[in-house]
Each structure stands twice: as structure tokens, then as C-alpha cells.
Write a protein that binds this ligand. Structure first.
Ligand code: DAH
Length: 392
């Protein structure tokens, strides 16, 4: 046996024994790489005499051929084996039963929030948000509800530990008494108790403060709605401790009660999808608006049921008014220059009226049977078929 025969036998055995593509590649480098053993042999050919080359040449080239072919064959085998392994481990069992998890539904309150965003987007309003754990100043003080004001008692507030106290930073909350003195609770005043916001009106404050800051006191036109959760310590057939409101706020130059009325009328007609929605503004009182109005919507009786539209009777749907100059000033805007209107409306009640829900309590009980009945298909994105433009 010649040295080439020895090497050939050795390399072919190594190729056959390679159990993986990586191992095979190591053999390839050892044989045919730059410093490989077969490569080295090929390099010696130049130094051979013509006679020697006649004998050695075919042997060395034959060795290279055999090794190259064997590597290619083994490579194909290993690749096929890898593919077979992948196919068997990833096989789909077509006989398995399908997953019958029922698709969820969109809660009517979420659906209504989406509808509100759609309607008001058509009117040029953006959606604003604020925290549900609010400080005293944003929830009351800046809204012209001083600590002695009876309106505080009107809204049964959930108070919670001030952040400074619960954070345990050693700051004493006691210097302000119970933390309601002056305008404690203003951003930075750590000592006032925090509240679960009792209404969405603090988002008005946050929006105006932000705009006043950004534009150095210039109340750039504001048009926002702020839908969200609010909390009051109340629980009976028509009240739950958590419920939803949507706040509306427009600040600009020369805004009047007429803009408020038109906006509410356009909104409610689009929302209830009826052109015969009639509004009645009743003088009322809110600390943060002057004048203030409660808004009733007319209903009629169809087949013994109340239906929105017409004016056989009235039901109250929201509170509204012209933003009080003190509120505008508290936010850092000049009330002689900037005016506006605001409104606040219960979303759950809007949902109940539109979708025929009689009882408020199951709305938040998360009973899947109720949700299945009143819920909306997940991909049933609200589109206002008529749109605000065509309804007008
Ligand atoms: N914040 C009031 C409430 O929760 C509702 C309200 C009334 C909001 C009049 C307003 C408004 O913005 O102008 O009872």
C-alpha cells in the first residue's frame, strides 16, 4: 500500500464516521483546506521528475477526487437526515381537534368610548388623559372648589394616603392639618391627601396647564375630550363606586354658549344616530363653570319604551357651562383673552341608553353571559355610518 492509499483509506473512514455537518467540515479542512493533507501532497507534484509524476500524479489526483466525492455524498446524507429530523419533530397532527376557546367581546363601555373618540375626532377634538389617582389641587382646588365648599360633599370622595407619607420619606404631613389648607395639593405640595379622581374634570386642568406652559401663557386653541374611570363612594341600583365619564373642553378666543350648544347637539345626534335629537339646557350650578347648564335630551315612547328623539319627555344626560374665569386663570391663562366651554357626561349611562341596558350593576360584574349578550365583536370597529358631516 502506498502512502496515498493509506491517506485515502484514513480520510474516507473519517468522512463516513462524521456524525454532523460540523464534523464533516472539520475533515474537509484537514484534507482539502489550505494546509490540508491532500493539498500538501498536490503541492509536492511540482518538484517531481516527469517519471515520478506519471506514477504519483494519477494517485494524488485520484485521492483528491475520491475525497471530494465522498465529502459531497456524506454532506447530502447528513443534510437529508437533518431535514428528516426537523420534519418529524415539527409535524402537524391534522387529526387534533381545533381549539374551541370562544373569542372575547368588546365591552359596551369600551365600544362607546371608541364611538366618542370617533365622533369628536370628526369635530377636531383630540383625546386627552390624566391619572386616576389625583391630587387635591387638580381634582378640586383648581376647579374652583375650595376646601370649605359644599361641592366637596356632593362628591363622596375616596381619599388615599399622600404619596410622601406612603413613600416613607419622613416628610411630615401634619403641618397642614389634614392636608386641606390653602392650595395644598398643588403640584409639589406633598402633604395633601391624594384622591381617586371623582370626575374627569381634572384633565381640563392638566390640559390647560400644559398648554399655558408650552406656549408661555398663550392658550393655544384647545379641543379635547377626556374619557376615563372615575370613583365615588356610592353603591346602589344606579351608582357604582367606579364609573366612567367623558369630559369635553374647548378653549379659544370668542367662544360662546352657542358653540357649546351646537357641539352637544351635533355630538348627541351622531351618537344616537338620529336627526330628531332635541336638547334642553337648564340653568344649573357647577363651581367650575359660569354660567352652568344641565342638559336634557328629549325622548319619546315607542312600543312602551323610552327612545331618544322627539320631545315627549326629558332626561338629564350631562353637565356643562362656560369655563369659569377663575379656572382659566388658575391654569396660567388670561381669562380676558381666552374663553371656553366644558361638559361632563356619564359614559355608562350613554351606553345603557343606546344599547338598551336596564341595570347598571351587571355592567361591571364581568359575567361572560352578560358580556356575550351585550358585547361587540372584537373586529367590529365603530364607524359612524352617516358620519358627523353627513348627519348635519
Ligand atoms: N364634573 C362634573 C361632575 O362630575 C360634571 C361636569 C359638569 C363637568 C359641568 C363639566 C361641566 O366639565 O362643565 O358632576
Amino acid at each position: 500500500m502506498t502512502d496515498t492509499d493509506d491517506l485515502k483509506a484514513h480520510l474516507l473512514a473519517a468522512i463516513e464516521a462524521s456524525a454532523s455537518l460540523d464534523a464533516l467540515d472539520a475533515v474537509r479542512v484537514d484534507a482539502l483546506g489550505k494546509q490540508g493533507r491532500v493539498t500538501q501532497l498536490l503541492k509536492t507534484m511540482g518538484a517531481l521528475s516527469p517519471e515520478e509524476r506519471k506514477v504519483r500524479g494519477p494517485a494524488i489526483h485520484g485521492l483528491r477526487e475520491a475525497v471530494t466525492t465522498a465529502i459531497a455524498a456524506r454532506k447530502a446524507e447528513l443534510e437529508q437526515a437533518a431535514l428528516d429530523a426537523q420534519l418529524s419533530s415539527e409535524a402537524l397532527d391534522m387529526t387534533l381537534p381545533v381549539d374551541l376557546t370562544p373569542p372575547g367581546t368588546v365591552h359596551p363601555v369600551s365600544q362607546v368610548m371608541d364611538e366618542l373618540a370617533e365622533i369628536f375626532a370628526d369635530l377636531g377634538f383630540a383625546v386627552a388623559t390624566g391619572p386616576e389617582i389625583e391630587d387635591d389641587w387638580h381634582n378640586f382646588g383648581a376647579l374652583n372648589i375650595p376646601e370649605t365648599h359644599p361641592a366637596r360633599a356632593m362628591q363622596d370622595t375616596f381619599y388615599i394616603e399622600p404619596l410622601a407619607r406612603s413613600a416613607g420619606d419622613g416628610q411630615s404631613p401634619s403641618s397642614d392639618g389634614p392636608g386641606l389648607a390653602g392650595d395644598a395639593g398643588r403640584p409639589g405640595a406633598q402633604s395633601a391627601p391624594m384622591v381617586l379622581r371623582t370626575h374627569t374634570s381634572p384633565v381640563q386642568i392638566r390640559t390647560m396647564v400644559e398648554v399655558a406652559k408650552r406656549h408661555a401663557g398663550a392658550g393655544a386653541p384647545i379641543r379635547i375630550i377626556a374619557p376615563g374611570r372615575v370613583y365615588r363612594s356610592d353603591w346602589d341600583a344606579t351608582h357604582t363606586p367606579m364609573f366612567h365619564q367623558v369630559e369635553g373642553l374647548v378653549i379659544d378666543k370668542g367662544i360662546t354658549l352657542a358653540h357649546l350648544k351646537w357641539t352637544l347637539e351635533t355630538f348627541l345626534r351622531a351618537y344616537f344616530e338620529r336627526d330628531d335629537v332635541v336638547l334642553r339646557l337648564r340653568p344649573s350650578y357647577f363651581p367650575f363653570t359660569e354660567p352652568s347648564a344641565e342638559v336634557d335630551v328629549g325622548f319619546s315612547i315607542e312600543k312602551g319604551k323610552r327612545v331618544i328623539g322627539g320631545a315627549e319627555g326629558w332626561m338629564e344626560v350631562l353637565g356643562s357651562g362656560m369655563v369659569h374665569p377663575r379656572v382659566i386663570a388658575a391654569c396660567g391663562l388670561d381669562p380676558d383673552e381666552w374663553q371656553g366651554f366644558a361638559f361632563g357626561c356619564g359614559i355608562d349611562r350613554l351606553a345603557m341608553l343606546k344599547y338598551g341596558i336596564d341595570d347598571l350593576r351587571p355592567v361591571f360584574e364581568a359575567d361572560v353571559r352578560w358580556l356575550k349578550h351585550y358585547g361587540f365583536a372584537a373586529l367590529d370597529v365603530p364607524t359612524l355610518s352617516g358620519g358627523v358631516g353627513t348627519a348635519a
